[in-house]
Ligand binder design. Sequence first.
Ligand code: ZN
Length: 230
Amino acid sequence: MTIYTDNRLLQVGLIGGTLSRHWGNMREMTAQNSAYQRLDIPPEKILHFHQVHSDTIISVHTSDEAQRIQRDPLHQADAWLLTTSGWGAAILTADCVPLFLWDEQARVFALAHCGWRGVVKRLPFLTAQAIRKTPGTEKILGWLGPHIQVCCFEVKEDVASQFSPDSLHYEKGKIFVNLNLEILHQLQEAGLSRTDIKTPYYCTCGDKENFFSWRRDHKKDSLLSFIYKP
Ligand SMILES: [Zn+2]
């Protein structure tokens, strides 16, 4: 039962990370709820949406807004941006990138579901830019949770052509996309410093013991990523 996380979250009073597959298939709300219970997080304070590989960001600035969203969980979006404590948000992934962004004072924190389509739609850039526009934010930190890495993310030309050449890797006649590089590029474009973004190399597709992977298993089993400010 592992939580993949970045210590810098805890240092500013945020709880967050990506749960290993041992926690269960998080598409099932019962599995999610028991995970929150173990983590000592009130499940009713975690917001959800329907992920649609879009560039839509939902911003939540007050407890009233959060409650409204919680009552109507049919929102379609792919990134959360919160500035209110006592609330958190979750996303589901099985190869897509869970992108965590927050400012040094934890005034604002974000969690984005970045599949390759979301990356092409520049969701990482847009989410970072939205944080930057939040009053009072100075230094923004970032962490990329477990996702499909360049070792396994083979694509055809139609997908490859949508990425910058720098993010492609060619080997034995095959093309691979490096989502880390593409996201790093977008975050730096939004003003983040390279040294403030961490990209640990956990490959969901290559590590069956710890992760679910759509590419590997073609099942809908999903990992949970969450961020919460008590
Ligand atoms: Zn891999």
